[in-house]
Design a protein around this ligand. Structure first.
Ligand code: 3H9
Length: 696
């Protein structure tokens, strides 16, 4: 068996190699191994300098996140890195792949730092509700200054080796042959008699308190509700005020606070849930994906255009089909405008935008789709039209081509049955705007072949989406859960809450947008049509939507018509309340005989949110979603659920299922909000959490 951390001599250089696939994470065994190797190498008379490298595809990607839920085991990472920095001989680190979190902190603790040009470095702990806890908050500002350190840690975005070089975080960058170049550099250091250069011994330029206060204010908006970004500012400020050892102790305490916080537990859950969601429980791991080199998209509307851009952005050529040239011209015009905006905002170089745009060609002829590997149909929600298109695709597409429908609701099996190859068919449900939103629901039909699913997941990753697999039901995971959520939020208006109170309570909870504002954004007419198309058992009473339906009758369709529940500024899209809507709501309550009352923010949030959780549990029980984490990922990436609450099902577990159940029962008795899911009752009866029941 290969050793996790090995040691060998290359001439006068002691080479320490970390080999812990897949990403060389700092597990307990790696920390122990590295500490022993570095102490031994420091004592090895034959070694005049030490080089630390990693085997496999990447440098260390950070602490082993899976160990954060276990009791801590010595040696703790800061201790190991202090030993690296304290080594009496020059220590060089050489980075390939990514050096992230604790991995980059190892680089900072070494005395000399080099990297491959293609390497990336970063401190992404903030995405886990954490801060760099092994000296990162203290050493980074000593090399790159407090401002750059703050940017790196509060965005969590990795940067390229070139940028790291210009910031002083890396000393040398090589195009190839990393280890050879690094060894040659070690020789150079030995020949020059260069000793250890310790970052902790450097000073940090002082900064005005106003700089840090400004950062705190800005982050209170940008990272609303989150603890870790604020504590990162505290730590960097400490670095400018305290000696290294004190600053490191300050950092250690803040790290421990973050690690023990519910926010970090929620975000760590999402880290693993996202990776888990891409795995199919009952499809053999070695299932080979089909070749996917080109895509056809049917429908050049908003959805089709966004899907075409997602493919083109990832280097996949696209044939975009619509019924006539006028429709294509309109669609391509929107695509051109989108690319032009990205260039204008400096997000995309002009030549790259041109290359991407050139990957999209248009056609009105189905015969042109004969040779593509995947077709995604993105026409409007008319099941008969979709079936006709699938029958047509069946007659023109080559054998083995995958046929996908981007439906939000329809029965994927019925659409697949319009072809003679249902095994090649599935749903790929994108979220709008499709070129921006990360979520992709992969809808698995009853007959979808294993290799088609495997290919769809690989495709999703290739176009940088997060795939979540759902089985067929009306609305799949996301939209099916959304129905009761919206219904309860509308009902609250009739009972006494204002649109501002409902949206305000959800904004405070951390949602990107409240449910009333979302209804306006989606279009009240769209909501109306979708509701009318619902099967009898899912549609339920129209009463909660009394006001929404009256707004549609008055042409107040939401943001797109400049007014819905709110009025919208045509330029800024800023929402302001409309007194006539308030009067309309009050009148509707009177007509329906509902006595208006004052409703507090806690109930405002609980009613729609627990309806969401309840439907999520039904979905789990029916096997529509594979696991609770999949539901959480859908709500994180598709509906703006706050990451620091971990998604609706994680949140339900965190507040206690018994509380959720008793409130759902109470809401049903008082307001007819709906019966609890049988699974919820069963879990409470057996005293188990959702996570425990669905543990891997
Ligand atoms: C930290 O460092 C704290 C310190 O400051 C202080 C400590 C005191 N741990 O993403 P992939 C697994 S906090 C455990 O699919 P890619 C992952 O679950 C850490 N496992 O590959 C997956 O497992 P599986 C700061 C990890 O090529 C497999 O590796 N660091 C870790 O698309 C492949 O992962 C981070 O936040 C880990 N640290 O992307 C970096 N990382 O195959 C987190 C990955 O069973 N990691 N795994 O599903 C990443 O951003 C990406 O994984 C990376 C590779 C870019 C490295």
């Amino acid at each position: 068996m290969t050793e996790l951390v090995s040691y060998r001599l290359a001439g006068k250089i002691g080479v320490v190699t970390i080999d812990n696939p897949p990403v060389n994470a700092f597990s307990h065994a790696v920390r122990k191994g590295l500490l022993r190797r570095i102490l031994d190498a420091g004592q090895d008379d034959a070694a005049a300098a030490i080089l630390i490298v990693c085997a496999g595809r990447t440098f260390v990607a950070g602490a082993d996140i899976s160990e954060f839920d276990k009791p801590p085991e010595d040696p703790w990472l800061p201790e190991v890195l202090d030993a690296v920095e304290g080594c009496p001989k020059p220590v060089v680190t050489a980075v390939h792949g990514t050096a992230l979190g604790g991995g980059f902190e190892l680089v900072l603790a070494s005395h000399y730092r080099c990297a491959l040009n293609s390497a990336r470095i970063g401190l992404p702990e903030v995405h886990l509700g954490l801060l760099p806890g092994a000296g990162g908050t203290q050493r980074t500002p000593r090399l790159a200054g407090a401002e750059a350190a703050l940017e790196l840690m509060t965005t969590g975005k990795p940067i390229g080796a070139g940028k790291a070089l210009s910031l002083g975080l890396i000393d040398r960058v090589f195009d190839d042959e990393l280890e050879q170049h690094a060894l040659a550099w070690c020789e150079e250091l030995i020949d020059n008699g260069s000793g250890p250069l310790r970052v902790s011994e450097r000073s940090v330029p002082a900064l005005d308190a106003a700089f840090f206060d400004g950062a705190r204010e800005q982050l209170a908006r940008r990272a609303r509700g989150q603890l870790a970004p604020q504590k990162i500012v505290d730590c960097i400020e400490a670095a400018t005020q305290m000696p290294f050892t004190e600053g490191a102790e300050f950092e250690r305490q803040r790290f421990a606070e973050c690690l023990g916080s519910p926010q970090s537990a929620a975000m760590r859950h999402l880290f693993f849930a996202e990776r888990e969601a891409a795995k199919l429980k009952d499809v053999p791991k070695d299932t080979e994906a089909r070749e996917l080199r080109s895509v056809g998209v049917i429908g050049a509307g908003t959805m089709g255009g966004g899907i075409a851009m997602s493919c083109a952005n990832a280097g996949i050529p696209v044939k975009l089909l619509d019924v006539d040239d006028a429709a294509l011209e309109r669609g391509l015009g929107v695509i051109d405008t989108n690319y032009a905006i990205s260039v204008k905002k400096g997000r995309l170089a002009e030549d790259e935008a041109k290359r991407r745009r050139e990957r999209i060609v248009s056609t009105t002829d189905y015969a042109d789709l004969a040779d593509v590997d995947l077709v995604i149909e993105a026409v409007f929600e008319d099941p008969e039209l979709k079936k006709r298109i699938f029958a047509k695709l069946d007659s023109v597409c080559k054998a083995g081509a995958i046929l996908a429908t981007n439906t939000s609701y329809q029965d994927v099996d019925e659409i697949a049955a319009a072809t003679g190859r249902p095994g090649d068919c599935l749903g790929l449900h994108f979220f709008s705007p499709a070129n921006v939103m990360k979520l992709l629901e992969v809808v698995r039909g009853a007959k979808t072949a294993d290799d088609v699913l495997t290919t769809a997941i690989r495709f999703a990753k290739a176009i940088r989406k997060v795939p979540v697999v759902a089985r067929v039901c009306y609305g799949f995971i996301g939209n099916r859960m959304f129905n009761p959520y919206i219904r309860e939020s509308q009902q609250l208006l009739l009972e006494g809450a204002t649109p501002e109170a409902v949206d305000g309570a959800f904004y405070e909870f951390g949602m990107a947008m409240g449910p009333i504002a979302v209804s306006d954004l989606a279009g009240l007419d769209i909501g109306y049509k979708a509701r009318m198309a619902l099967p009898e058992d899912l549609r339920g009473s129209d009463v909660p939507f009394t006001v929404a339906d009256r707004l549609v009758e008055q042409g107040r369709l939401g943001q797109k018509s400049g007014a819905g529940f709110y009025n919208y500024d045509p330029k800024t899209r800023r929402a302001t309340p409309e007194p006539a809507v308030t009067a309309m709501i009050e009148e509707a309550s009177r007509e329906l005989g509902i006595e208006r009352r004052s409703i507090d923010a806690a109930e405002i949030v609980e009613r729609p949110l627990f309806a969401l959780v309840n439907e999520g549990l039904k979905i789990l029980e029916e096997g529509i979603a594979q696991r609770p984490g999949d539901v959480d990922i859908v709500y994180l990436y598709g509906y703006g659920f706050p990451a620091y609450r971990g998604g609706p099902l994680f949140y339900a577990d965190s507040i206690g299922l018994d509380k959720v159940l008793s409130r759902i029962r109470e809401f049903d008795e008082r307001f007819g909000s709906g019966k609890p899911a049988p699974l919820l009752e069963a879990l409470v009866a057996e005293g188990s959490s959702i996570a425990e029941r669905f543990a891997r």
